[in-house]
Ligand binder design. Structure first.
Ligand SMILES: Cc1cc2nc3c(=O)[nH]c(=O)nc-3n(C[C@H](O)[C@H](O)[C@H](O)COP(=O)(O)O)c2cc1C
Length: 225
C-alpha cells in the first residue's frame, strides 16, 4: 500500500498532539457583525504570517450527491459577502449553478483557528469580473483562455500548445475577459468561529442569520467543542 517513508509518517499520525495555549473567544468579545469579526481574524492571520491567508476550501455537492472540496483564493470580502474568480464551465461553477449553495473553510492553523461559513452563491456583475480580469498578469489572462478547466485533456503538451495558440491570437493586444470566466459572490448564511484551547475544550461561536429580524440580523451562540 505505501512505501517505507510513507508508512513511518502514517505511523506518527495518531500521536501528533499539540496543546493550544492561545487566548480564548467569548461572546462578549466578538463583534456583533460576523463579517467584521472575520475581517479581524483575517488581519490577525496576515499579521501572523500565515501562508496564503486568503486561501479557503470551497465545498460543493455534485449532481450525484458527492461532496467536492478544493482550495481557492479569496479576492474580496465586504458587506455583501466573499468573492473569488474561476472558470464558469468548471465543475465547481456547475455545482454552484445547480445548487446555489456552498461551504467555505478558512484554516489559520498557526493561530489554531478555523472559520466555517455556509453561503448562497451568485455570479458577480460582469463589470466586476472585467475589472479583476484586467488586473491579472498577462500570463494568467492567456491561461484562462487556454484552459478548459475541469475537463480531461490528452497531455501537458496539448495545454502548452493551446497557450501558444492563444498568445499568438492576441499578439500585443490587450486580452479581454472570456465570457466563460468570472467571479462568484458567496453570501453568508451561517458562520462558525473556532479557537483551539487546552485539553480540547475549544471555543466555538456560531452566528446564524435571522432574516426577519432587522434589529438583530445575526443570532450568536456558543457550541460545545
Ligand atoms: C492555494 C490554491 C488556490 C487556488 N485558487 C484558485 C482560484 O482562485 N480559482 C480557481 O479557479 N482555482 C484555484 N485553485 C485550483 C482549484 O483548487 C481547483 O483545482 C480548480 O479550480 C478546479 O476545481 P473544480 O474542478 O472543482 O472546478 C487553487 C488551488 C490552490 C491549491
Amino acid at each position: 500500500m505505501s512505501d517505507e517513508a510513507g508508512a513511518a509518517a502514517l505511523d506518527r499520525l495518531a500521536r501528533y498532539r499539540f496543546e493550544y495555549e492561545t487566548a480564548g473567544l467569548d461572546t462578549l468579545d466578538v463583534h456583533h457583525d460576523p463579517m467584521v469579526q472575520w475581517q479581524r481574524w483575517f488581519q490577525d492571520a496576515s499579521d501572523a504570517g500565515c501562508v496564503e491567508p486568503n486561501a479557503f476550501v470551497l465545498g460543493t455537492v455534485d449532481a450525484a450527491g458527492w461532496p467536492q472540496s478544493r482550495y481557492l483564493l479569496l479576492r474580496g470580502a465586504d458587506q455583501r459577502g466573499f468573492t473569488f474568480f474561476t472558470n464558469y464551465t468548471s465543475a465547481k461553477s456547475q455545482q454552484l449553478e445547480a445548487t446555489g449553495r456552498a461551504s467555505m473553510l478558512f484554516s489559520w492553523l498557526q493561530l489554531h483557528r478555523q472559520v466555517r461559513v455556509t453561503v448562497s452563491a451568485e455570479r458577480v456583475p460582469d463589470d466586476e469580473s472585467d475589472e479583476y480580469f484586467a488586473s491579472r498578469p498577462r500570463g494568467s489572462q492567456i491561461g484562462a483562455w487556454a484552459s478548459p478547466q475541469s475537463q480531461a485533456i490528452p497531455d501537458r503538451t496539448w495545454l502548452e500548445d493551446r497557450v501558444q495558440q492563444m498568445a499568438a491570437t492576441f499578439g500585443e493586444a490587450p486580452v479581454p475577459r472570456p465570457a466563460f470566466w468570472g467571479g462568484w459572490l458567496l453570501r453568508p448564511h451561517e458562520f462558525e468561529f473556532w479557537q483551539g484551547r487546552p485539553s480540547r475544550l475549544h471555543d466555538r461561536l456560531r452566528y446564524s442569520s435571522v432574516p426577519a429580524d432587522v434589529e438583530a440580523a445575526w443570532h450568536l451562540e456558543r457550541l460545545s467543542p
